[in-house]
Design a binder for this molecule. Structure first.
Ligand code: CDP
Ligand code: CDP
Length: 203
């Protein structure tokens, strides 16, 4: 049985955390599509042409160390605005989404462009301040020096770029269930997501 859960939302909203928990709960496979763009960004910063890098991307690239930095995130949102980069990554994502046994994909355009027919769509969001606080805490816990105001500015700049691009902008699908996690613990956010997906599985 193929069953696709599409989870979209802005940076550090909790998409990855919710996606991993939902995948474990339902026994579905999970793909963090941000890693595709981060892997292309990594190669682009090393001097490769981003379109060629996207066309040559292989699964192993997604396991590269060092994809979780602010510099890579920033470059990822730049290469992600190139239409040929995005189109090179479509087939891989769609094949993953339709694998048997169910799949959760999280990103920016899963419910709108990659999987418009997904059985369940969630839009996970939170205020920019809450998201920046979470990302800042994450960096500090990993021993990376970070200034909160700079993290907030980076998150806002990336959201603005992601929302305003011409191709596949960050956007909630009309039929997505919106989950604002600003006031939620991780457990509450996961419970809200599981309930929304249960409703679609039942329906
Ligand atoms: O994938 P995305 O960038 O949307 O976010 P994430 O990596 O899942 O979450 C960013 C950080 O926020 C992580 O450190 C989570 O543990 C934390 N988080 C949280 O504190 N409360 C939530 N309700 C969800 C995530
Ligand atoms: O973890 P965080 O939410 O901060 O970022 P991410 O999900 O790893 O995505 C990094 C960047 O890749 C985003 O800012 C987007 O520009 C781009 N991206 C995209 O355009 N489409 C996706 N489906 C996923 C990510």
């Amino acid at each position: 049985m193929a069953f696709t859960v599409a989870i979209d939302g802005p940076a550090a909203a909790g998409k990855g955390t919710v996606s991993r928990a939902v995948a474990a709960h339902f026994g579905f496979a999970h793909l963090d599509t941000g890693l595709l763009y981060r892997a292309v960004a990594f190669r682009s910063l090393a001097g490769e042409d981003p379109i060629a890098a996207a066309q040559a991307l292989v699964a192993e690239d997604l396991e590269a160390e060092g994809l979780r930095t602010q510099a890579i995130a920033d470059e990822a949102s730049k290469v992600a605005s190139i239409p040929d980069v995005r189109s090179a990554l479509v087939d891989f994502q769609r094949a993953f989404a339709r694998r048997s046994g169910g799949a959760v994909l999280d990103g920016r355009d899963i419910g709108t462009v990659i999987c418009p027919d997904a059985e369940a769509k969630l839009f996970v969001t939170a205020s920019a301040e809450v998201r920046a606080r979470r990302r800042w805490k994450e960096l500090v816990e990993r021993g990376i020096e970070a200034v909160f105001d700079e993290v907030l500015a980076e998150v806002k700049a990336r959201d603005a770029r992601d929302s305003s691009r011409m191709t596949a902008p960050l956007l909630a699908a009309e039929d997505a269930v919106r989950i604002d996690t600003s006031e939620f613990s991780i457990e509450e956010a996961v419970a809200a997501a599981v309930a929304a997906i249960d409703a679609r599985l039942a329906g």
